[in-house]
Design a protein around this ligand. Structure first.
Ligand SMILES: Nc1ncnc2c1ncn2[C@@H]1O[C@H](COP(=O)(O)OP(=O)(O)O)[C@@H](O)[C@H]1O
Ligand SMILES: [Mg+2]
Length: 117
């Protein structure tokens, strides 16, 4: 898989008046090298899931962009549909296999694509 780059990624869900909240994700930039491993750590509500949902193509950035190698997956003007992002996302709950361990759940998307660890 190509290098994944987040470029000043921002997501503001908006809201008006008393419902106005600060951006869920603000100016996140990073480069994940091929076969790299990255953990996003932070308190509940700091924006981890929103970053993952943007990488997977389920949310559109308000600003910034996501690139996979030479391909732009997403920016404020255009988002490729999730199936074109070629990402595997293991959700926190509901869609987990109860008979599998944590490691088996996380590794399952790679297994069905024939990518060995
Ligand atoms: N669809 C949404 N609409 C409005 N606000 C949202 C939405 N999804 C997440 N948020 C808000 O964005 C912030 C970050 O949430 P989230 O990415 O789920 O954090 P984490 O995964 O780190 O707990 C929170 O304040 C949350 O309430
Ligand atoms: Mg979360």
């Amino acid at each position: 898989m190509a290098q994944l780059i987040l470029n000043h990624l921002t997501k503001d869900f908006g809201g008006k008046g008393a419902d106005r909240v600060r951006p869920a994700v603000s100016d996140v930039s990073l480069a994940l090298r091929k076969q790299g491993f990255l953990a996003l750590l932070g308190p509940s509500g700091c924006g981890k899931t929103t970053v993952l949902r943007m990488i997977a193509g389920f949310e559109q950035p308000t600003d910034g962009s996501i690139e996979l190698g030479e391909r732009r997956l997403s920016d404020a003007t255009r988002v490729l549909p999730p199936e074109k992002h070629n990402m595997a996302m293991v959700f926190q709950s509901y869609a987990l296999w109860p008979h599998m361990t944590v490691a088996e759940n996380v590794g399952y998307p790679l297994k069905v694509r024939g990518i060995s660890g």
